[in-house]
Design a protein around this ligand. Sequence first.
Ligand SMILES: [Mn+2]
Length: 320
Amino acid sequence: MDTQIPAELLESFQEYNSFIIIGHKEPDGDALSSQLALASFLNRKGKQAVPVSPGPFDRKEIAEKEKLFLRHIPETGLKESTLIVVVDCSTIERIGYLAKEAEGYRIAVIDHHSSGETFGDIRYIDPKAPSVTSMIQKIIEAKGDALTSTEAELLLFGLATDTGFFRHLESGTGEVFKSAGRLVDAGASPKEVFSEMYGNRSLESRILLGKLLMNAESLCNGRLVFVVETKEDVSRFGKNSRDSDFLYQLLTGVENVETVALLRYESETEISVGLRSTGKVDVGAIAKDLGGGGHKKAAGFSSGNSFSEIKKELLHLLCG
Ligand SMILES: [Mn+2]
């Protein structure tokens, strides 16, 4: 039985006239598409809805969308009549500096993460939802509204992002395909969404991929694959050449592998760690223990430790 949309949320979409729609920092296709589709829906209902994102828009497939977002909550002084909607965030920290700007507003949360802290005044949380865009689709369809083709395209983009173009879905998820079918009928093109997500990459991004693969390490009798993107890689190829989805796709396909860890130099004081599981290991729980978060099969955290210290930590947790 999936989670129903709280009546309070649907009522607030009627009652309020002004909405600020916020997604997480380092945005992805699910967060941004959820924001844009919900804003589009509310705007055509005669409301004023503004998408705000803390950025940065580093991921290649979303760079084009940056211009559609404000980077700060507009100072209108209308806190009482404005509802903030936070999407795809398990904690308020995920919206970065916007958390401070959001103080004093009423907040609704729409999210599908299984872990996190309770925040916000109205909460629509469905850990079974494959993406937040699928929850937004439910909201739009709840009152029998038809989707516009732009909304349908956005919603398919978000769904495709969080399901790895449907390859993370298991049996019993026929509903997801039925709702995807409605998106395609409403004008979304899987072909276009696919090339938006995976096409148009630089040759540098492929060379970086080759270099990372060359240096990938097999640990714990092959159960863990460990990849490091060094400071030198970042200065040679730039962060725009990153294509982690494709790297994970290749490495989770290695025989006997249970976890893939991708460590990347972000700055002198920060290394980001992405974790992917083929199913046996709950990387969401591991990331949470180390100060991050995510899902059972895809999670991450940031660390101030060195590459070798993080490696030691992960070996202890995953191979102990
Ligand atoms: Mn998501």
